[in-house]
Design a protein around this ligand. Structure first.
Ligand code: GDP
Ligand code: CA
Length: 301
């Protein structure tokens, strides 16, 4: 069974780990969000792709949910001491990856090719693809003004309420993305933030069109549990922009794109336009991620 997973960072990476331990990893293609990508200290950083890479390589920090385990922060301390740009946290181990990627991009290698090379070097068997090799950036509209994603998320601590999200840049799917979607037996949308992790992927018009025209089931996993985000602003964003945090509000973010929604046992019942699958969706460890992946694949079979 060939599966394509659309994924953001933390929630997506947790689910991806379960998926590749449930089916043959070579049958899995993860399409990652690049709307959060940024340049910091002259380095090209792709936070969501990196969360996926680290999780699938077993190098991730389980507690923090992002970055590498056993991380140290000496380089950043030096940056701070020198009055450099230190608002975005880059660990010493993590920096090594950004150095390699930045050099490759500068020499003209597309992001998809660098990502594939990094995945191979880390011993990852699943295919990891950025949604696009083009520059596509998420902007957040708030009552205090419009901000690039990371400025809103990190610098402003995602405190501003969100009135809208926008995606800047003309983007074509990265090589392999449409092929993976065309060859999939099932498409899965990870329990990621719909607005800022999944929407930037389907903001690539040809990806959205491929999903709309799908001939195989597409199953989304809700990132909310009992109407609350496990982490981050997804619940507040849904409450304000969709008018609530029930499964119907989550499904509404994926109108025309999904056939089923996997929700947690603690989520409210009520009408839903797509098939509802109820299970425990909290991924406390690899076993829980694997059980969730099995349920999702069962729903897609
Ligand atoms: P980001 O790019 O790092 O923000 O990560 P994602 O968008 O992929 O994931 C963020 C979302 O993951 C949040 O809305 C969380 O509620 C959700 N999430 C994190 N852990 C879990 C979990 O164990 N179960 C479920 N259902 N959602 C989770
Ligand atoms: Ca992200």
């Amino acid at each position: 069974m060939k599966v394509v997973l659309l994924s953001g960072g933390v929630g997506g990476a947790r689910f991806a780990r379960g998926l590749v331990s449930t089916i043959d990893p070579t049958d899995v293609t993860v399409i990652g969000n690049v709307g959060d990508d940024l340049d910091v200290l002259g380095l090209a950083v792709s936070p969501d792709l990196d969360s996926i890479l680290y999780a699938l390589a077993g190098l991730h920090d389980e507690e923090r949910g992002w970055g590498r385990s056993g991380e140290t922060w000496e380089a950043l301390a030096t940056v701070s001491a020198l009055g450099g740009e230190d608002w975005f946290r880059l660990g010493d181990r993590d920096l090594g990856l950004h150095l390699v990627r930045t050099q490759a991009l500068r020499s003209g290698e597309p992001l998809s090719a660098v990502t594939a090379r990094l995945a191979r070097a880390l011993g990852i068997e699943a295919e990891i693809l950025p949604a696009t090799d083009d520059t596509l950036r998420t902007w957040i509209d708030t009552p205090a003004g419009s901000f690039p994603f990371q400025e809103w998320f990190v610098t402003r601590g995602h405190r501003d309420e969100v009135d809208g999200v926008r995606f800047e840049g003309e983007a074509r799917p990265a090589p392999g993305v449409l092929e993976a979607l065309a060859g999939a037996d099932a498409i899965v949308i990870a329990p990621s933030n719909p607005y800022v992790s999944i929407w930037p992927i389907v903001a690539v018009e040809e990806i959205r069109a491929a999903l709309v025209a799908r001939r195989v089931p597409c199953v989304a996993v809700s990132p909310l549990i009992g109407g609350r985000a496990v982490k981050g602003p997804a619940d507040r964003m849904l409450a304000r922009m969709a008018g609530g945090t029930t499964p119907a509000h989550v499904a509404g973010c994926y109108e025309g794109l999904i056939d089923a929604l996997v929700v947690d046992e603690s989520d409210p019942a009520g009408p839903l336009a797509v098939r509802r699958i109820v299970t425990q969706t909290l991924m406390t460890d690899l076993d829980a991620s694997r059980r969730l992946a099995e349920t999702v694949l069962g729903a897609a079979a």
